[in-house]
Design a protein around this ligand. Structure first.
Ligand code: S3P
Length: 167
């Protein structure tokens, strides 16, 4: 079984994924980190030097590469991974996968991302908290269409990491 964590930037996919993989005794893979190692560039460099379309193509390519194996894994995707092309359908219908949406509320995301936006090219230019909040609200609304197709939804607002892992 492959557990695929999806959700907006800052929803905790990587921290939850690491812990979940330890509990399940299987490898944890972070798709962004995998892309960075394969491309030998940071995500910011890829956006800056090659553009977002190039990044999205690589994101899909490496996603498929990682799901080819048969071994169980916990995979943390990037916030946009399920929202391009037929990626969400691909994830949900792929043999032996379960998709889990870490559903985080707007204000928590804004507060977290305000301090963690520098490595995230889509929001790194939003220096004003209100502008960031406004961007996330619209973006999350658009993306929720995809996220909500996950097989399991975990509302993370009042939960600590261990409780999310328990779910
Ligand atoms: C993105 C989210 C990022 C990273 C890239 C684009 C997005 O991953 O893939 O900056 O489109 O939401 P995290 O969700 O891990 O921040």
């Amino acid at each position: 079984m492959k557990l695929i964590l999806i959700g907006y930037m800052g929803s905790g996919k990587s921290s939850v994924g690491k812990k979940l993989a330890t509990v399940l005794k299987c490898p944890f893979i972070d798709l962004d980190a995998y892309i960075e190692s394969q491309e030998q560039k940071t995500i910011s460099q890829l956006f800056q030097q090659k553009g977002e379309i190039y990044f999205r193509k690589k994101e899909r390519k490496y996603l498929e590469e990682l799901l080819k194996g048969t071994a169980p894994i916990v995979l943390a995707t990037g916030g946009g991974t399920p929202c391009y092309g037929d990626a969400m359908k691909y994830l949900v219908t792929h043999k032996d996968t379960r998709t889990v949406y870490l559903q985080c509320d707007l204000d928590t995301l804004t507060n977290r991302l305000f301090h963690e936006k520098d490595q995230r090219p889509l929001i790194s230019h939003l220096n004003d908290k209100e502008a960031l909040n406004d961007f996330i609200r619209k973006h999350l609304f658009e993306r929720s269409f995809y996220y909500n197709q996950a097989e399991l939804k975990v509302p993370v607002k009042h939960l600590n990491i261990d409780e999310v892992v328990e779910h």
